[in-house]
Design a binder for this molecule. Structure first.
Ligand SMILES: [Zn+2]
Length: 325
């Protein structure tokens, strides 16, 4: 009888232990299920963009995109351009040139624009890039050596500059419209600083709607195809500027040079927009521009802005001009 009672007691104890284990593990898994979506949601709200490129490194990125050049299906054309590719990987950082009264070093900041211009996605260090550049050089009347040297860079810069606004007249009052503060990087921007040319504004809104629809950009939206109030990317930093306002800006930054704040600014037309593409909004230091040109939003603009009539000012990743073909 005693032994039987002992066995029953042991069975009861085992049952209790098993029940306790089930309760504990059951709770644990239900916590895990609850906490996971909360973590994902909060991280999406706080850091909607740039999770992979908060610390961009130009050299690293070029190496990553270079992987295609090292694949097995190298053609004989690619091998021919190996020396040119090696030269380009030096020149992109070392070439000395001048622009806007300032000496410049390298062309790596403009790699995305150059890729787009010559119609090749391959890294600027690759023989594919050099081969595509050689084809482009031929059409431009340059020696087709695939090397992005000083002469080639000069022709490329001239081409980009020629695609910008041709007429730089002062906007007439009836050409301008006032955009809502929600379109601006600074939501408190004064009404008189929120004017821009009407067709430019319509094209800008179409472009933003297309960017918002591109889920790869992960832009925060208001649910109706507009940028959310919390989203900074693609918001307008500056649009139409009056002569008085431009002069005030020049007085505030007297050392910005010719490449900085122009006396005859394209912003007078109301067709030039400074758009937020990341980093310090309108800072021309190389490190800032090198950061900006790696953001997904800037890369998207390089590929898509022309469809909406916007042409880049190569030197300022944020400055885009409405100059449809
Ligand atoms: Zn600008």
């Amino acid at each position: 009888m005693l032994a039987k009672g002992k066995i029953i007691c042991i069975i009861c104890l085992l049952c209790l232990i098993i029940t306790a284990v089930f309760i504990l593990f059951g709770r644990k898994s239900s916590f895990a299920e609850q906490s996971l979506p909360i973590v994902v949601t909060s991280s999406q709200v706080d850091q909607p963009l740039l999770t992979n490129s908060m610390q961009p490194n130009v050299i690293q990125t070029e190496n990553v995109t270079n992987s295609g050049a090292n694949s097995d299906n190298k053609s004989s054309v690619d091998t021919r351009f190996l020396p040119a590719a090696a030269r380009n990987s030096q020149l992109k950082f070392n070439i000395k040139w001048a622009f806007g009264g300032k000496s410049q070093r390298g062309w790596y900041i403009y790699a995305r624009l150059i890729n787009h211009l010559i119609g090749v996605e391959a890294s600027v260090d690759s023989p594919e890039f050099a081969a595509a550049l050689a084809r482009w050089q031929e059409t431009a009347g340059l020696p087709p050596n695939g090397v992005l040297d000083e002469a080639t860079l000069a022709v490329i810069v001239t081409y980009w500059q020629a695609n910008r606004l041709k007429l730089r007249g002062y906007a007439l009052p009836n050409e301008l419209t006032t955009a809502p503060a929600t379109d601006f990087y600074d939501p408190l921007r004064a009404e008189e600083l929120r004017q821009l040319e009407q067709n430019t504004y319509a094209a800008y809104k179409k472009m933003v709607a297309a960017a918002v629809a591109d889920k790869s950009l992960n832009l925060a939206t208001d649910g109706r195809g507009n940028l959310a109030p919390t989203e900074k990317f693609l918001k307008i930093i500056s649009a139409f500027r009056s002569r008085e306002y431009q002069n005030k800006l020049r007085r505030e930054t007297p050392n910005s040079g010719r490449a900085g704040l122009a006396v005859n600014s394209p912003h007078f037309t109301g067709r030039a927009l400074d758009i937020y593409v990341g980093g310090d909004p309108v800072e021309t230091k190389d490190a800032n521009r090198a950061y900006q040109v790696l953001t997904p939003v800037y890369r998207w603009l390089v590929k898509n802005a022309a469809k909406f009539g916007f042409k880049p000012y190569f030197y300022e990743p944020w400055h885009w001009e409405y100059a449809p073909d």
